[in-house]
Design a protein around this ligand. Structure first.
Ligand code: NAP
Length: 350
């Protein structure tokens, strides 16, 4: 077995790459497991580069105002990796571009990358042992978990077909796109996120239909009231989404809704469908190994630090955050985890 890694980073979203940039610059020679490219991961929304690679423009990540990044992208990203990036929009930066830039920045400082998932961990012995999806084991003194979370989808084939063509799980990411402006839109869900998404979308939409499977919102009273009273929001109670309607040319054109009360199906025209039925953190492989909340998010065990329940294991980004869930907050906590790991290793003389 080769020498144990000083630090292994699991995950390749903004938290993972930021942690890698900081660890690499601290000469910790980080090894990143960016995830495996498999059909299973594609369907689950857990391919390398994370949730941002599934979005279009990113207008709220500081440092990327509207402007021409094309020449920089052309010069810095290897040609065979540019294929996942849509033609540059000249409007800030897109999610896939932002992730490629972060990845490249981490590589530039000597980060090594393995395109596999970590499927098993042994945090009881030191150095820690990690098993990847090819069955290889790797030893590490410190680990940063940055595996993120996935938006929940209903699992309808029509929903999958129109992802990025009108189906989204992030109004803040996608709501301002031209296809959603002054058009009717649909939000599925009845929690605080659904209300927040619906409320946000009213800035652009002609009208927002909230589709909820019960006759009472789960959202907090004040949020629920906001939705109920909003002149542009109409709540379609006791309804479930059974099909996203659309065509190849236009993408989403509407939804078909079933009734939970035995009424007829209802078709509603819309150019966008936003799922707000919760997120699931990517922590299944850590079950029983690290302390988690009741929703399976990793717990930070020291206020203001990225420490987990196992000394030497740190958590960053959405995997430990079900509240802010922004690219910039994930990147920020990736930086924190790298500094925490560096200081912890230094204190141990490693
Ligand atoms: P959530 O509270 O779990 O709500 C999920 C909603 O989706 C529920 O209304 C649920 O319906 C519905 N749903 C789940 N699975 C479904 C399915 N298969 N088909 C149809 N509907 C389905 O999740 P969230 O809204 O993302 O909120 C997560 C946490 O963050 C909460 O603690 C929330 O308070 C917090 N949050 C707070 C704010 C804020 O304060 N501004 C904003 C966003 C989130 P049922 O109600 O029938 O179960």
């Amino acid at each position: 077995m080769p020498e144990p890694e000083k630090v292994v980073i699991i995950g390749s979203g903004p938290a993972g790459w930021t942690a890698a940039i900081y660890c690499a610059r601290a000469e910790l020679k980080p090894l990143v497991f960016e995830g495996a490219v498999t059909e299973e991961n594609r369907m689950a929304g857990t391919l390398p580069l994370g949730q941002l690679a599934l979005t279009t423009e990113v207008e709220n990540y500081p440092g990327f105002p509207k402007g021409d990044l094309e020449s920089y992208l052309d010069n810095s990203i290897a040609e065979d990796r540019r294929i996942i990036m849509a033609p540059h929009m000249k409007e800030g930066v897109s999610g896939p571009e932002l992730m490629e830039l972060m990845r490249q920045q981490a590589l530039n400082f000597g980060t090594r990358v393995i395109t596999q998932d970590i499927v098993e961990v042994d945090f009881e012995n030191r150095p820690f042992r990690l098993t990847d999806s090819e069955g290889n084991t790797h030893e590490a003194h410190a680990v940063i978990v940055a595996t993120g979370a996935r938006a929940n989808y209903l699992g309808l084939p029509s929903e999958d077909k129109y992802k990025n063509r009108g189906v989204s799980a992030c109004a803040v990411c996608d709501g301002a796109l031209p296809r959603f402006r002054n058009k009717p839109l649909v939000v599925v869900g009845g929690g605080d996120s659904a209300v927040e998404e619906a409320d946000y979308l009213t800035k652009y939409a002609e009208k927002v239909y909230m589709v909820h499977r019960r006759d009472e919102l789960r959202a907090s009273k004040i949020m629920a009231q906001r939705a109920i009273e909003h002149p542009k929001i109409e709540i379609l109670w006791n309804r479930t989404l059974v099909e996203v309607l659309g065509n190849d040319e236009s993408g989403v054109t509407g939804v078909r809704l079933a009734s939970t009360k035995g009424e007829d199906d209802l078709e509603v025209p819309a150019t966008g469908v936003f799922l707000a039925i919760g997120h699931t953190p990517n922590t299944a492989f850590l079950e029983g190994k690290l302390a988690m909340t009741d929703k399976k998010y990793l717990q930070w065990t020291k206020p203001g630090r990225t420490y987990t329940s196992v000394e030497g294991v740190f958590a960053a980004g959405d995997v430990a955050d079900d509240y802010y869930r922004q690219a910039v907050t994930a990147a920020g906590s990736g930086c924190m985890a790298a500094l925490d790991a560096e200081r912890w290793l230094a204190a141990k003389g490693m």
